[in-house]
Design a protein around this ligand. Structure first.
Ligand SMILES: Nc1nc2c(c(=O)[nH]1)N[C@H]1C(S)=C(S)[C@@H](COP(=O)(O)OP(=O)(O)OC[C@H]3O[C@@H](n4cnc5c(=O)[nH]c(N)nc54)[C@H](O)[C@@H]3O)O[C@H]1N2
Ligand SMILES: Nc1nc2c(c(=O)[nH]1)N[C@H]1C(S)=C(S)[C@@H](COP(=O)(O)OP(=O)(O)OC[C@H]3O[C@@H](n4cnc5c(=O)[nH]c(N)nc54)[C@H](O)[C@@H]3O)O[C@H]1N2
Ligand SMILES: [Mo]
Length: 752
């Protein structure tokens, strides 16, 4: 991995911002878009972003408002995502002839993607030093032959990143299962898997229970472990609307994120004038991983305040008594140690809940990427059930998803643990018996390639090597593959840490016009609140050879499976409407899918939200008991959380600034409490190596980070991903969900 290059030479550190968005965001997003795409394309792309019959913004999964939309229904970071995809530079055969793969492997993630859009199918043949051009037909045949040569279908893995459309995802899971495996790892495994696991067990469905209207109508919104100002900027508009109607906001975060403090809405004259809305009424500066303790304490306090919805608990839940007995006994000292908060702060937060009638609980990666993430989310559910805050207007559970279609991909069957009912419907529709045994998730996939149990890796988007934990281990595992296939828009780490034979298959982005089969094709997506609708790109493709994701997946399927089971791959690619017909017959909740999409879209059913029914084993919502464990580190060690800057989308680094945290022109920084600097004998500005410590005794390293004195709780430090991914041990996973613990890594600092 490139440890350091002169990208960081101009690193500057200034004061963090005290508010998000505003005029500055509009100016920056437009300037950036025009620079990348030119004026005409900028106007065309941004005008249709998140509009009816326009392009669904691929930056995050935040829903679009129903009815009349603002003419600029996007945010600074959505504009960046569109500009990044619309970039005019391209990387084709000449680029790959000039740069050996070994040369590319020495570049930063930022440099790799910045080179431009991929335009040609490329192959690195076994033993080759460079990628060279290959025809689409030869590429498909190569994949088909590699799959056919495997001893078992389980020697292949089919990864998906959450940007893939429902149509692409549906044909992709069909390909994997017709081939004979449930090895369908996806970015969810690294993201909201803990959410799905906790919600399936407690409410019977792994998705959030609110709509945008519920957020607008809430009188208390809790935002835990989330940085909406950067990662879901349009959520700030919903928070602002709720606040205007008197809602309170309780934010829980180790960091004073700018977007939690104050919001200048750039879509409004008020925002442009620079006044804006104060957001969080209370910000609990919790220690990393203190949330389980906090919510057990809040449960304890709420029980004493007698705010239980007794009728709901009696009619619709099980397990209340055991849970109440558990939180009744909590140890106050343990809670204070885990959270780093005062009891008065916790009581004040409990008062906010006690005095509210409609509460929405929101959360993201600060919660899901911890060892006890599933337990913490179950505790949110416990408190929500206690107050009856589910399945009524203005209240509910709101996991805020990441990738724009990650939720839709799951609905379409991208899941290594598919429910039996889904497989039954797939069997009935296509007339073959799908594999029943569960497949590999992301971590198991790395282990299977590391150990030589898997040989062919196909990726529908994303950057598996860059995004996964334990970068060196993941990269070595991928180099061990006989064949890796990356369906991509831009160059990234997964193309340079690739299998012995490696394919890059360039694909259309969502903003580009898709004329596969000679007709204007639409795709569909599902947002964080289960609303499904169409998306149609209008710009000219980055190159004439690009194919759509659907077309590429069907091409691979045709080569690998021929007419096995009579699945009409060519028909699917020629008209996506025929895929939507199948989705309607296979995917639960999608009856008459194609017709509903033509009529403008619909919201997927959600029994707890729609009718307070809970499809759990017990047929009711389930209170659960989680033992409280306080995670600590030895003296001289720190807890590292790995997070996003304001200038990146996951492993895609748009630029080197993090305006809201006062960082410019560099990324290798560690935010650290001044008292920790003193105690450990360092000073702001010192450059250190980060060394992570794990039970396997292996010392994982990431070199040359500048220490930045910052307002983070003592003992808790923060640095950007993916640079810090080499520090996250592969085996450091959330219990039950298997998600890498990207928000909790034990580290020490070494002076350089
Ligand atoms: N512009 C932009 N938008 C994005 C993305 C992007 O990279 N860029 N990524 C997309 C994706 S895939 C996702 S999943 C989402 C991610 O959205 P977020 O979850 O907001 O992303 P992170 O940057 O990981 O921020 C985690 C937040 O949790 C806090 N935190 C860390 N540890 C703890 C803890 O123990 N307890 C609590 N209470 N808080 C904690 C951190 O301080 C930080 O504010 O955003 C999506 N949208
Ligand atoms: N340490 C640490 N690690 C993390 C996280 C963390 O917080 N900390 N967060 C985790 C999370 S929440 C997630 S979701 C994962 C993200 O994991 P991934 O989804 O695998 O990664 P991305 O960085 O979003 O993928 C970027 C690549 O996607 C490709 N791409 C972009 N648009 C398209 C498209 O339209 N079609 C296709 N086919 N390809 C496209 C481009 O080639 C680009 O280089 O990372 C996880 N890893
Ligand atoms: Mo994510």
């Amino acid at each position: 991995m490139p440890a350091f290059d002169d990208e960081d030479a101009g690193l500057r550190v200034g004061p963090p911002a005290d508010h998000a968005a505003g005029l500055e965001a509009v100016r920056l997003s437009l300037a950036n878009a025009v620079q990348k795409m030119g004026v005409r394309k900028t106007v065309r792309n941004l005008r249709t972003l998140n509009q009816h019959d326009g392009v669904d913004c691929m930056s995050c999964a935040w829903p679009d408002p129903a009815g009349r939309r603002h003419t600029a229904e996007f945010c600074e970071n959505g504009a960046k995502a569109v500009a990044w995809e619309g970039q005019r530079d391209t990387v084709g055969p000449a680029f790959f002839a000039e740069h050996a793969i070994a040369d590319l492997a020495g570049r930063t993630d930022h440099w790799l993607e910045k080179q431009g859009r991929l335009t040609h199918p490329m192959v690195r043949r076994d033993g080759g030093t460079h990628y060279e051009p290959i025809s689409w037909e030869e590429a498909f045949d190569l994949v088909g032959a590699a799959l056919a040569s495997l001893d078992s279908p389980d020697e292949a893995a089919f990864y998906t990143s959450g940007r893939a459309s429902n149509e692409a995802a549906f044909v992709y899971q069909l390909l994997a299962r017709a081939f004979g495996t449930n090895n369908l790892p996806d970015c969810s495994n690294m993201c909201h898997e803990s959410t799905g696991t906790a919600l399936m067990r407690t409410i019977g469905i792994g998705k959030g229970s609110v709509t945008l209207d519920d957020l607008h109508q809430a009188d208390l919104i809790v935002v835990s472990g989330q940085n909406p100002g950067t990662n879901h900027p349009r959520m700030l508009t919903a928070l602002e609307i709720a606040k205007r109607d008197g809602a309170k906001i309780l934010a829980i975060n180790p960091l004073p994120e700018a977007g939690l403090i104050r919001f200048d809405n750039p879509q409004k004259a008020r925002g442009l004038a620079g006044k804006g809305t104060a957001l969080a009424d209370r910000l609990l500066r919790i220690r990393s991983n203190g949330d389980l303790a906090l919510w057990q304490a809040i449960g304890h306090l709420l029980l004493a305040r007698d705010v239980a919805d007794r009728e709901f608990i009696a009619s619709s839940t099980v397990g209340f008594e055991a849970w109440a007995a558990h939180v009744d006994r909590i140890d106050r000292d343990q809670v204070l140690a885990a959270t780093g908060l005062t009891w008065a702060e916790i009581e004040a937060a409990a008062d906010m809940l006690a005095s509210s009638k409609r509460i929405v609980h929101c959360w993201a990666m600060g919660i899901t990427q911890h060892r006890n993430a599933v337990a913490t989310i179950k505790e949110f559910v416990n408190v929500a059930l206690l107050q009856g805050m589910i399945g009524k207007p203005g209240a509910g559970l709101c996991p805020v998803r990441g990738h724009s279609n990650v939720q839709g991909d799951r609905s379409m069957g991208i899941w290594e643990k598919p429910p039996a009912a889904f497989l039954d419907r797939l069997r009935d529709e296509f007339g073959f018996e799908p594999p029943r045994e569960h497949g590999h998730d992301a971590v198991d996939t790395v282990k299977a390639f590391r150990d030589g149990r898997a040989k062919v890796f196909v990726a529908l988007g994303g950057n598996f090597v860059g995004a996964m934990s334990d970068t060196e281990v993941t990269a070595a595992a991928m180099r061990n593959a006989a064949l890796t296939v990356q369906i991509s828009t831009k160059l990234n780490r997964s193309h340079v840490e690739a299998g012995r034979t490696a394919l890059i298959l360039p694909t259309l982005g969502r903003t580009e016009q898709d004329l596969t089969g000679g007709r204007v094709q639409r795709v569909t997506v599902e947002d964080s609140m289960s609303a499904v609708h169409a998306s149609r790109g209008r710009s000219d493709p980055a190159g004439p050879l690009l194919r759509s994701e659907v077309d590429i997946v069907c091409g691979i399927a045709g080569a690998a499976l021929g007419d096995r089971y009579g699945i009409p791959w060519a028909e699917f690619a020629g008209d996506y409407e025929t895929i939507r017909d199948r989705i309607g017959r296979v995917v639960p909740g999608c009856d008459d899918y194609a017709a509903k999409i033509r009529a403008g879209g619909f919201t997927m059913p959600h029994p707890p939200r729609d009718s307070r029914t809970f499809p759990t084993r017990e047929g009711r919502a389930v209170f659960t008991v989680s033992p409280l464990e306080v995670m600590t580190v030895p003296p001289g060690r720190l807890v590292l959380q790995t997070l996003r800057s304001h200038d990146q989308f996951n492993t895609t680094v748009y630029g080197l600034d993090d305006r809201y945290r006062g960082i410019s022109q560099g990324r290798r920084v560690v935010f650290i409490n001044a008292a920790d600097l003193d105690e450990l004998g360092f000073a702001d500005g010192d450059v250190v190596d980060l060394v992570s410590e794990w039970t396997d005794g292996v010392e994982r390293r990431a070199d040359r980070f500048r220490l930045v004195a910052y307002d983070t709780p003592k003992g808790c430090v923060a640095a950007y991903y993916p640079e810090t991914n080499p520090l996250v041990p592969l085996d450091s996973q959330a219990e039950e969900s298997g998600t890498p613990t990207s928000k909790w890594v034990q580290v020490r600092l070494e002076r350089r």
